[in-house]
Design a protein around this ligand. Sequence first.
Ligand code: GUN
Length: 281
Amino acid sequence: MSTIIDGKALAAKMRAEIKTRVAAFQAERGKEIGLAVVLVGEDSASQVYVRNKIKACEEVGVKSFSYHLPADATQQQVCGLVDELAAADNVHGILVQLPLPKHIDERAVLRRIPPKKDVDGFCAENVGNLAMNRETIVACTPFGVMKMLEEYGINPKGKNAVMLGRSNIVGKPMAMLLLNADATVTVCHSKTENLKEVCAGADILVVAIGRAKFVTADMVKEGAVVIDVGMDRDENGKLCGDVDFEGVKDKASYITPVPGGVGPMTITMLLYNTVLTASRS
Ligand code: GUN
């Protein structure tokens, strides 16, 4: 029997703690914690994510400043807005929702976010600090995964951890966090040979490749910890993850469901990072 890791419950517990910290900040400093959220264009998934982030801010008492630029906004307009937010004293964190429209140079935009306001942990300085295992701001999804492991007493030290997926947002920072936690880390991806065998050697398997139910029971070691970062639709249009949950759940010692696993933790860690940047300001 495996344990289902309850991301929703942990997120609720952490949000209650964050709410208390937000109130304490306000009482101490006499001002609100501010998070600016920038959305460019009409991507429907991004609109849902941004809406949920703003709602979560309201829940814990963080003031959100929401900016929605049209899909044909120029590089100059996007950068100009980020520059303004960078200079604003009442804005403690800046989040530019990705992906940006194709004509916008994403790197140039992210470079304008001051590292101390980079609540996503995406800028080069924060990623570099993570790589060097120094104090930093950690990308929300992998940070949330580490909190889940901690909550369930799963220590990566000395374990074989396999990260399936190598994105800048999840795969790479996740691999670095696991390495910093003394795991032996393998990163694999769509071009990896013997993918099944590599995954089957994992004590901790983290999956973020964006393919519905891609990881099947034969790719999972008996007793492995399986963390599913995927958010996909199955053949019936039902929300599912990158892991075939039904097939894998009895083989794993711990497993995250979709929905109710990693998802609720991502926004929680955004709130956590926002309080962190505000406290350091
Ligand atoms: N797009 C998908 N995930 C994220 C995220 O965590 N932060 C931002 N800014 N954009 C995203």
